[in-house]
Ligand binder design. Structure first.
Ligand code: ZN
Length: 81
Protein backbone atom coordinates (compact mmCIF):
# COMPACT_ATOMS: atom_id res chain seq x y z
CA UNK A 1 0.00 0.00 0.00
CA UNK A 2 1.29 3.46 -0.82
CA UNK A 3 2.34 5.96 1.80
CA UNK A 4 -0.09 8.36 0.21
CA UNK A 5 -3.02 6.05 0.97
CA UNK A 6 -2.01 5.87 4.64
CA UNK A 7 -1.59 9.64 4.79
CA UNK A 8 -5.05 10.18 3.32
CA UNK A 9 -6.52 7.60 5.70
CA UNK A 10 -4.99 9.25 8.76
CA UNK A 11 -6.31 12.62 7.66
CA UNK A 12 -9.81 11.18 7.26
CA UNK A 13 -9.76 9.79 10.79
CA UNK A 14 -8.29 12.95 12.31
CA UNK A 15 -10.82 15.20 10.60
CA UNK A 16 -13.71 13.12 11.91
CA UNK A 17 -14.53 11.63 8.52
CA UNK A 18 -15.33 8.22 9.98
CA UNK A 19 -18.64 7.52 11.70
CA UNK A 20 -19.88 4.24 13.03
CA UNK A 21 -23.37 3.27 11.82
CA UNK A 22 -23.57 -0.14 13.44
CA UNK A 23 -21.31 -3.13 14.10
CA UNK A 24 -19.09 -3.56 11.07
CA UNK A 25 -20.77 -0.74 9.14
CA UNK A 26 -19.18 2.66 8.90
CA UNK A 27 -19.73 5.76 6.85
CA UNK A 28 -16.52 7.35 5.63
CA UNK A 29 -16.19 10.63 3.81
CA UNK A 30 -14.47 10.82 0.46
CA UNK A 31 -11.09 12.50 0.79
CA UNK A 32 -11.43 14.20 -2.59
CA UNK A 33 -15.04 15.36 -2.27
CA UNK A 34 -16.41 16.05 1.24
CA UNK A 35 -19.96 15.90 -0.08
CA UNK A 36 -19.57 12.24 -0.92
CA UNK A 37 -19.32 9.45 1.61
CA UNK A 38 -19.09 5.70 1.33
CA UNK A 39 -20.44 2.83 3.37
CA UNK A 40 -17.52 0.71 4.45
CA UNK A 41 -17.28 -2.61 6.28
CA UNK A 42 -14.09 -4.27 7.52
CA UNK A 43 -13.47 -5.86 4.13
CA UNK A 44 -15.41 -3.89 1.53
CA UNK A 45 -15.95 -0.37 0.35
CA UNK A 46 -18.27 1.26 -2.16
CA UNK A 47 -15.65 3.50 -3.72
CA UNK A 48 -14.36 3.21 -7.25
CA UNK A 49 -10.79 2.54 -6.16
CA UNK A 50 -11.91 -0.56 -4.31
CA UNK A 51 -14.09 -1.84 -7.14
CA UNK A 52 -11.41 -1.16 -9.75
CA UNK A 53 -8.84 -3.01 -7.72
CA UNK A 54 -10.48 -6.33 -8.45
CA UNK A 55 -10.96 -5.39 -12.06
CA UNK A 56 -7.27 -4.69 -12.52
CA UNK A 57 -5.80 -7.32 -10.20
CA UNK A 58 -8.32 -10.07 -10.68
CA UNK A 59 -7.12 -13.53 -9.70
CA UNK A 60 -3.79 -12.43 -8.31
CA UNK A 61 -4.76 -13.31 -4.77
CA UNK A 62 -4.39 -9.74 -3.61
CA UNK A 63 -6.71 -8.07 -1.16
CA UNK A 64 -8.22 -4.83 -2.32
CA UNK A 65 -7.50 -1.76 -0.31
CA UNK A 66 -8.38 1.91 -0.41
CA UNK A 67 -7.94 4.93 1.82
CA UNK A 68 -11.37 4.29 3.38
CA UNK A 69 -10.61 0.72 4.42
CA UNK A 70 -7.32 1.94 5.82
CA UNK A 71 -9.06 4.78 7.65
CA UNK A 72 -11.43 2.27 9.19
CA UNK A 73 -8.48 0.20 10.44
CA UNK A 74 -6.88 3.25 12.02
CA UNK A 75 -10.23 4.30 13.53
CA UNK A 76 -10.74 0.89 15.18
CA UNK A 77 -7.16 0.69 16.45
CA UNK A 78 -7.45 4.14 18.03
CA UNK A 79 -10.62 3.21 19.83
CA UNK A 80 -9.10 0.08 21.33
CA UNK A 81 -5.94 1.73 22.56
ZN1 ZN B 1 -12.89 3.12 -0.50
Amino acid sequence: MSANTIKKAKKLVESGGVSKIEDDLFQIRSSSNPEISYFVTSDSCECLGFKNFYKFHHGKGLKANCSHLEALRIFIQKKDS
